[in-house]
Design a protein around this ligand. Sequence first.
Ligand SMILES: Nc1ncnc2c1ncn2[C@@H]1O[C@H](COP(=O)(O)OP(=O)(O)O)[C@@H](O)[C@H]1O
Ligand SMILES: [Mg+2]
Length: 365
Amino acid sequence: MSATAHALELRDLTKRYGQFTAVDAVSLSVQRGAFLTLLGPSGSGKTTILMTIAGFVAPSAGMVLLDGSDITPLPPERRDFGMVFQGYALFPHMTVAENVAFPLRVRGLSRADRDAKVRAALDLVQLDRFADRRPSQLSGGQQQRVALARALVFDPALLLLDEPLSALDKKLRAELQEELKALHRRVGRTFVNVTHDQDEALSLSDQVAILNHGRLIQLGAPEALYEQPRTRFVADFLGKSNFLQGLVQESHLGGLRVQSGATTLVQQAPRALRPVAGSPALLSLRPEKIALLAAGETAENMVEGHIAAWSYLGAGFLLVVRTADLGEIRVTLPSWRAPIAPAEGLAVRLGWSADAAVPVLDDAA
Ligand SMILES: Nc1ncnc2c1ncn2[C@@H]1O[C@H](COP(=O)(O)OP(=O)(O)O)[C@@H](O)[C@H]1O
Ligand SMILES: [Mg+2]
């Protein structure tokens, strides 16, 4: 397949249904060949945005631009984007090859041209051996790969995916995630994927757009979003986090000194995220950034507590530690780093460094 990747931009995209705003002034751009994921809870507007990009839903305001040109007025068939949905909707009476050939037949390609392209597309998803089977003779994962081949066979400008893996069981989903990532690399096209699965978003994407109530909350590379969430919602939705509340005592170049009851927290903070002295602070602290301190060991931040609950996770332990000033703190420890056998009621000291947490805005509803 020839490699012409396209850049996509949404500018103040808005969709209203009566009084209800499903998509609220969303602006973002996707670079040529990038993999963007729209991530958000159910009802956050993901599908509506995708349908607007595809041309099936007309926005109430705003624009969709492809390589800088406004395509908002174009009907779906003039956009020529590939689409894959959750229910793969293959034609049951057609073979795999006929399913994949369908978009080419619609476009009036000759038999010979069709055959070559179908073979290439099936090759791409490693289903060349299954060309003559019917969908009912394939597993769910294989059917979804046929749907991918069908969406890519006509060399679309963009590939739009709406929760393509959500109908599959966990293990198969993880396998197909890896395949989808490899496929993206192989075809070099711009992909826009929709999911409510945070692991999928983190592992697949170059960029993730976090949505809530139709609004874009934060856009960034997976690592940047995970390590520097701007709000409580982002920290909470993408992974798990503890939220520590306190009052800012000092705010300066080195960071923050935050008081929470009798506990003093020191926290690095870039200027933009530094609340002023006297204001409340909310810190997001990931469970894997906290250590159990051995006797005599110190850390920049320390708090005492006792284990209120714990569970074995296979790769490690989850501890719920009850503290006087900071409430319950969740800690995950790889088993090789757990200095004690966890037990309910056990007194422990937790420690973390000044760069472990991030100050976040409190956007909790
Ligand atoms: N055709 C429609 N008419 C009225 N409300 C709609 C319509 N389509 C979607 N909505 C509403 O818009 C919101 C966003 O929907 P959707 O984009 O499907 O969310 P998501 O894909 O993130 O689950 C939901 O509250 C949904 O009920
Ligand atoms: Mg949806």
